[in-house]
Design a protein around this ligand. Structure first.
Ligand code: AHR
Length: 506
């Protein structure tokens, strides 16, 4: 032990959890509030490109390291007619969007989104509407996107300017269909039947696509567990992933529980894995189903009045949470939870990307800036490569109201055998310093390149264009002469990233 209030984190260079799929670093662009309009898209903005996308936002998205973007919703997709969003802009209808009680102008649709995503090297993850639409509309959208030419929808795409097919490989079968708030909400049995039929038709259009079935909208849903097993029982043969969604917030000033949100994420993921495997065992199938955690974040959702209480407004609700460093520490810890399940969680989307519960904010006609939650996400996308390593953590426990006793230290680590680059992510959930002894005996040439932390000191994005070092503070590390251990003193309520070089492939 580093001291009597210390923890040990043991790493083994050969003990992998799984490959870190770069799709873990996805985000989410929904037609909701200012996510699209005056978010990624603002034709009158001084930095706008020829399609109307903001250049300053694109720069921040690149810096954030987002690899994948889910689109166009979210709850929005369950009332969306994708054909409204294609063709000449002046002919596109203004529709009442029931999800957010807003008016959708359809200035941005599938073609515009695809251009934006492509220009940033971001993989698209498109959702089909299984709430107010169904099999026919879903199959037509795949035809529009993925068939080369010679059919009604593929030729329409060509006429709309996209000569080559988009080859979208990843598709969501609806959104949160277990939620009573969803337009077209259905029972697990009905959703399983609809999802299976949509999947069959979509695969008949393009057999190469991968499909995500809706799982539960949160761990707290009364149907959690039953929903997953029913969907997998009846639609499991047709899908590749089941989704998870979870948002975390601090309730009643209970900071200890909030800082332990990743414990809840861990148990939610473990529960879904257990359910997937139980259904597979019962069905005697070898088909592999993994997890798409396609909505996760801190969201002060309890402050949202509910869509029913919103007036109809062109722009929709302003769900623009202003994050603090406390939220950033939680986001960092949630990322560690995702990395620690890299063997089964293959896709994840920080919900959302711009303005709506987002790491990037904009002012119409004005600047774009980073929220504190931007920093842990960018640090993980910049450093997590190769395999996720098994981290054995022995740490004192902290009593929390919501989650009982939780370890004060959480850890995740990645190692790229080719380059030797290793990253270690550490959370200190305690309100005091916690010493950590990092044991890394079988890593050759362990050299800490940098160690820095973000502390939950409550600062928010007051300075709208902060330099990265305003948020991260360098942290001293002490590696033993034999190179087998490193001592670190983690500041109270903090999230730390260590970048380490070790011997790469010979
Ligand atoms: O991300 C905001 C909303 O949260 C999404 O539209 C919905 O899927 C979830 O409930």
């Amino acid at each position: 032990m580093a001291d009597d209030y210390g923890a040990v984190v043991a790493l083994d260079v050969e003990h992998h959890r799984g490959v870190v799929d770069q799709r873990l670093f996805g985000s989410f662009v929904e037609h909701m509030g200012r996510g699209v309009y005056t978010g990624i898209f603002e034709p009158t903005h001084p930095t706008a490109d020829e399609l109307g996308f903001r250049g300053d936002v694109a720069g921040l998205v690149r810096e954030l390291g987002v690899t994948l973007a889910r689109y166009p919703g979210g709850n929005f997709v369950s009332g969306y007619d994708w054909t409204d969003g294609i063709g000449p802009r002046e002919q596109r209808p203004r529709r009442l969007d029931l999800a957010w009680r807003s008016i959708e102008t359809n200035e941005v649709g599938t073609d515009e989104f695809m251009s934006w995503a492509r220009s940033l090297g971001i993989e698209p993850m498109l959702a089909v509407n299984l709430g107010t639409a169904g099999v026919r509309e879903a199959a037509a959208l795949i035809e529009y996107c993925n068939i080369a030419e010679g059919t009604e929808w593929s030729d329409r795409r060509r006429r709309n300017g996209a000569v080559k097919p988009y080859e979208v490989g990843l598709w969501c079968l609806g959104n949160e269909m277990d939620g009573p708030w969803q337009t077209g909400h259905m029972s697990a049995e009905r959703y399983a039947a609809v999802a299976a039929e949509a999947a069959k038709a979509m695969r008949l259009v393009d057999p190469g696509i991968q499909l995500v079935a809706c799982g539960s909208s949160s761990h707290e849903m009364p149907t959690f567990g039953y929903w997953e097993s029913t969907v997998l029982e009846h639609a499991g043969e047709y899908v590749d992933y089941i989704s998870m969604h979870a948002y975390y917030e601090e309730f009643d000033g209970d900071r200890d529980s909030f800082l332990a949100s990743a414990v809840s994420m861990d148990s939610f993921i473990d529960g879904v894995i257990a359910t997937i495997d139980a259904v597979a065992a019962r069905r005697r199938t070898k088909r592999r189903i993994d997890i798409s955690f396609d909505e996760w974040n801190v969201w002060y959702l309890s402050r949202y009045p509910g869509s029913h209480n919103l007036p109809i407004d062109v722009a929709g609700p302003r769900i623009e949470d202003v994050y603090s460093t406390v939220d950033a520490v939680v986001v960092g810890d949630l990322l560690s939870s995702l990395l620690n399940h890299a063997d089964r969680v293959k896709i994840a989307c920080l919900a959302q990307l711009v303005n709506v519960i987002a790491p990037i904010m904009t002012e119409p006609g004005g600047p774009a800036w980073r929220q504190p939650t931007f920093y842990p996400f960018a640090a993980v996308t910049a450093n997590a490569r190769g395999h996720s390593l098994v981290t054995r953590v022995v740490a004192p426990e902290l009593g929390t109201r919501r989650y009982g006793d939780v370890p004060v230290v959480a850890a995740a680590a990645t190692h790229d055998a080719r380059t030797g680059d290793t990253a270690v992510f550490l959370t200190n959930r305690a309100a005091r310093h916690t010493g950590v002894e990092l044991r890394h005996a079988n890593f050759e040439g362990w050299t800490v390149r940098s160690a820095e932390y973000i502390a939950a000191d409550g600062r928010g994005p007051r300075d709208r264009l902060p330099a990265a070092d305003v948020w991260f503070t360098p942290l001293a590390t002490d590696t033993s002469a034999d190179g087998r251990t490193t001592q670190i003193m983690l500041p109270p309520h903090s999230w730390t990233v260590l970048s380490v070089s070790t011997g790469g492939a010979a």
